[in-house]
Write a protein that binds this ligand. Sequence first.
Ligand code: ZN
Length: 67
Amino acid sequence: MLVNCKRCGKLMLQNPSSCCENCSLYYDETYREIRRFLSAHPQVNAYEVHRETGIPLSVVLELMRSS
Ligand SMILES: [Zn+2]
């Protein structure tokens, strides 16, 4: 079944992550970056992670929620 990637909107085959291959890679790398940042700065909130790393706030919130 074809669906649109939830991040970039590209048409793709449905998969459990709901994102295309490119976006899955992006999320993997971004997730690692956020984990690294949080382990160095455990007290920060999502907005501070966004401000310090430049990762879009919506992505930070989504990845912090699922961690
Ligand atoms: Zn995508």
